[in-house]
Design a protein around this ligand. Structure first.
Ligand SMILES: O=c1ccn([C@H]2C[C@H](O)[C@@H](CO)O2)c(=O)[nH]1
Ligand SMILES: [Zn+2]
Length: 130
């Protein structure tokens, strides 16, 4: 899966965003080593705190369908700047692998690639409970 295609899929998922409170649409797309794609958008709540980010929606769909082999995740919010996952999402992603690639995108021609370990240095993960 080409990075640019995964970003395009995240941009399409962004259109599904339910964000009447922030009016900030975010889309995410997960790609697994087994070749599956799972998309997500942010979903807000009138009670605010139940709001869930696009990244965690996409990852929850992936895990709940039985896939844990996440290779990379594209995230795209504003079209004015590159989007990075929030702290909660960084922790959530780290659960499934230190080497997961994060494509932090503005659009298909403007994005930066990091590993989740780079975005979450010295993070607390599953190995720390062993
Ligand atoms: O990485 C991020 C950051 C924010 N949001 C959502 C949460 C909320 O609905 C809106 C504004 O914070 O953007 C995401 O989906 N992903
Ligand atoms: Zn988040």
């Amino acid at each position: 899966m080409e990075d640019k295609l995964l970003i395009k899929i995240a941009m399409e998922a962004r259109e599904k965003s339910y964000s009447p409170y922030s009016n900030f649409k975010v889309g995410a797309a997960v790609y697994t080593r087994s070749g599956k794609i799972f998309t997500g958008c942010n979903i807000e709540s009138a009670s605010y705190s139940p709001t869930i980010c696009a990244e965690r929606v996409a990852i929850s769909k992936c895990i709940s369908e039985g896939y844990k082999d996440i290779e990379k995740i594209a995230v795209v919010g504003s079209d004015k700047s590159i989007s990075f996952p929030c702290g909660v999402c960084r922790q959530f992603i780290l659960e499934f692998g230190k080497d997961i690639k994060i494509l932090c995108a503005k659009n298909i021609d403007s994005y930066k690639t990091y590993t989740i370990s780079e975005l979450m240095p010295n993070g607390f993960g599953p190995e720390d409970l062993e």
